[in-house]
Design a protein around this ligand. Structure first.
Ligand SMILES: Cc1ncc(COP(=O)(O)O)c(C=O)c1O
Length: 385
């Protein structure tokens, strides 16, 4: 990797982790402690996330992808069982089904939120689904209809809450007391980051126990239990899991960030509203179309007018040291999914219509109001030219 990719720079980056002296101190403390992998920091992070979310159980993991894979594994579905996934998501929402031997069934989204469409889901449930991965895109909770439809059909829902730490819906906090399986990401671009990392929040004691073993290959006792001075050496392995524990070095960073998360979220929301103020006046449509009170405000997505060459816009912004991103390329536009995923009965019309129009503007708490104005002015000027 060239040094250029991670040096301090004046460019307006799409995302940039907010790292304070306290964060550095927290990580340094672990580095000096003699214990780097999963131990008391990870356990404390789990307890603090339980408090923050009101969740009965939280299991710290190496990624949201791992949380999704583990949640689906716990369902013990037969090989080839069908898992409904919105096509407008990150690859791993659907690959987590594939890696469990399950068949992803791609479903269309709603144009105003890019969240799973209840109509598309209802049709697919009629055709037959065995589970659903519901993605809270950009931190905007999916419609309550999704849970109602799945409950009615007796189909379990795994929530991909990678973008949604701090979001709330009609059930309360995402990942709160009512969540059977909510999967969070602490990846480098997320609202709260440990570089890489994730967590599973659940009200299902059995899932929590399963996840705690599955994240260490299915072993019945973790490194802390075995290697600390008072630990024992015996353990069993009852069924094969994966390697997906969160080391203490990373857990310490996540804990430090969680301590100021509400303040970070408030600033994020200010920036996002400033973007709306700047750009809606020029006719730009945001996703979600209207602000959503319970959103975690993860992304600042605009839909470029139809017919605009998004690649040219991205290049134009980059030439001005502004680095946008794209969330997401619909899954069926990737070669592997086109060849291997099933598609729900209502098709993927909305995904196809909007695939080349969504643009994610830089959004992170290190941005100033002036940065938001610079991005907005540049985008408007590019549209005019
Ligand atoms: C919607 C969504 N789901 C899942 C993931 C995977 O998260 P992780 O990198 O923590 O596995 C991401 C990450 O970008 C995401 O955006």
């Amino acid at each position: 990797m060239s040094a250029e990719t991670h040096v301090v720079t004046d460019a307006i980056l799409f995302a940039r982790p907010d790292i304070t002296d306290d964060d550095i101190e927290a990580v340094t403390r672990v580095l000096r402690s003699g214990w780097l992998t999963t131990g008391t920091e990870a356990t404390s992070l789990e307890a603090e996330l339980r408090d923050y979310l009101g969740a009965p159980h939280v299991v710290a993991l190496s990624s949201c992808t791992a949380a999704l894979e583990i949640s689906l594994a716990h369902l013990r579905l037969p090989r080839g069982a069908r898992v409904g996934v919105p096509a407008w998501t990150f690859i791993s929402s659907a690959l987590s089904a594939h890696h469990n031997g399950l068949q992803p069934v791609l479903l269309d989204v709603e144009p105003d939120t890019l969240n799973l469409s209840p109509a598309a889901l209802q049709a697919a449930l009629r055709e037959g689904l065995d589970a659903v991965v519901a993605v809270h895109f950009g931190g905007v909770p999916v419609s309550g209809e999704i849970f109602r439809l799945c409950a009615e059909a007796g189909v379990p829902v795994v929530e991909d809450a990678a973008h949604a730490l701090g979001a709330t819906d009609c059930r309360g906090p995402i990942g709160g007391p009512n969540a059977t399986a909510a999967c969070f990401s602490f990846y480098a671009t997320k609202n709260l980051t440990s570089g890489e990392g994730g967590a599973l929040a659940t009200n299902d004691h059995d899932l929590a126990e399963f996840a705690a073993a599955y994240r260490i290959h299915g072993m019945s006792s973790d490194s802390w239990a075995r290697y600390r001075p008072a630990g024992g050496t015996h353990y069993d392995m009852r069924e094969p899991g994966i390697k997906a524990n969160l080391p203490d070095v990373l857990a310490a960073l996540a804990r430090s960030q969680l301590g100021r998360y509400d303040a970070m979220q408030a600033r994020r929301r200010e920036l996002l509203y400033r973007y709306r103020e700047q750009l809606e006046a020029f006719g730009f449509q945001f996703v979600p179309k209207e602000p959503v009170a319970g959103s975690a405000d993860h992304l600042a997505v605009v839909l470029l007018p139809q017919g605009i060459d998004r690649r040219a816009v991205v290049e134009g912004l980059k030439a001005q040291q502004i680095h946008p991103s794209v969330h997401f390329r619909p899954l069926h536009h990737f070669t592997w999914f086109a060849q291997n995923a099933a598609v729900g009965p209502t098709g993927l019309e909305v995904c196809d219509a909007l695939a080349d129009r969504a643009l994610s503007l830089p959004l992170h708490v290190g941005l100033s109001d002036a940065d938001v104005e610079r991005v907005s002015d540049s985008l408007v000027a590019l549209m005019r030219s």
